[in-house]
Ligand binder design. Sequence first.
Ligand code: NAP
Length: 331
Amino acid sequence: MEKNRRTLLASRPVGMPVAENFRLEEAPLPLPAEGEVLVHVDLISLDPAMRGWMNEGTTYMRGVALGEVMRAFGAGRVLASRHADFAEGDYVSGLTGVQTHACLPGQQLTRLDLSLGPLEWHLGVLGMPGMTAYFGLLERGQPKAGETVFIAGAAGIIGATVGQIAKIKGCRAVGTAGSEEKCRYLVEECGFDGAINYKTENIEARLKALCPKGIDVLYDNVGGDILDIGLAHLARGARVVICGAISQYNEPQMRGPRNYMKIVTARATLTGIIVFDFQERYSEAIAQLSEWLKNGQLRTRTDFVEGIENFYPALMKLYTGTNFGKVVLKI
Ligand SMILES: NC(=O)c1ccc[n+]([C@@H]2O[C@H](COP(=O)([O-])OP(=O)(O)OC[C@H]3O[C@@H](n4cnc5c(N)ncnc54)[C@H](OP(=O)(O)O)[C@@H]3O)[C@@H](O)[C@H]2O)c1
């Protein structure tokens, strides 16, 4: 009889997660109650935010409890449905958790249209990260043609998508990434005007050269030193969008920006984004992003890892930068 294989949060990480923070176990297959849907999870999304979910307490979401299935977005096929909106064979996404089978209330699932792109795109460019890039840049960043958009952490799914949307909107796009190969990808495949290898180059000197008129929209995925250097180069009236701070997630104490007085002198605004606030407009973003994907104006990359037993190494790719593209675990 088939079993559910699931990964639990066994202990809370202190600093970088270690393999022992997670435990893989087998459990009987869940049975859908009235209103629920049983999903075979084909793909699991690895997201930087998972580190925050491993902590106790609540930020924009409560922390995962010890012994609970690790939270994750996933996508897969409906095996059985007791919800009128879903039928066996439908493809859906939702917060399935890190497990092979998930039973969820129908209202927590999204039906996927695979004619828009392969299943993995629905966890990436057409899923939560794509929505974050779209609304984070366009609604919070308010870019105008001719402006310069600087993306800290540009080679990830969100950063690369933000830069390409900025180009579509007639802006100059410059970003940072952690390897030559990623920098080449940004310029040669994603059409960025420049990319800075923050591990080997003088970020400040390169930023000055690549953004001679200063930064109009600073889209920050990273925090720490790169945010500080970016702030120092804001143009008058700049918009700073804080999307994430991956350089700080595994630090015992998050470090805030030092150059924040530049917000005053540049008459800038600093704002945050939580993608879920735009949920009612996801269909608009999906329609636009899939059109750009179809006509070749937008490109995306997936970094597949095979097997639920490899959840931990897949997760660590994000915090070590050894991923290249959206990290997805294939079940
Ligand atoms: N606000 C929201 O609603 C929302 C929603 C989703 C995601 N986010 C945030 O958006 C950001 C981007 O997410 P994503 O899914 O596209 O992930 P991502 O940018 O691909 O994150 C992984 C990448 O971060 C970089 N990185 C890791 N450690 C770093 C460090 N210490 N310093 C600098 N860079 C480091 C690595 O790239 P390199 O090789 O270039 O170093 C790695 O490949 C994250 O901060 C995430 O938490 C926010």
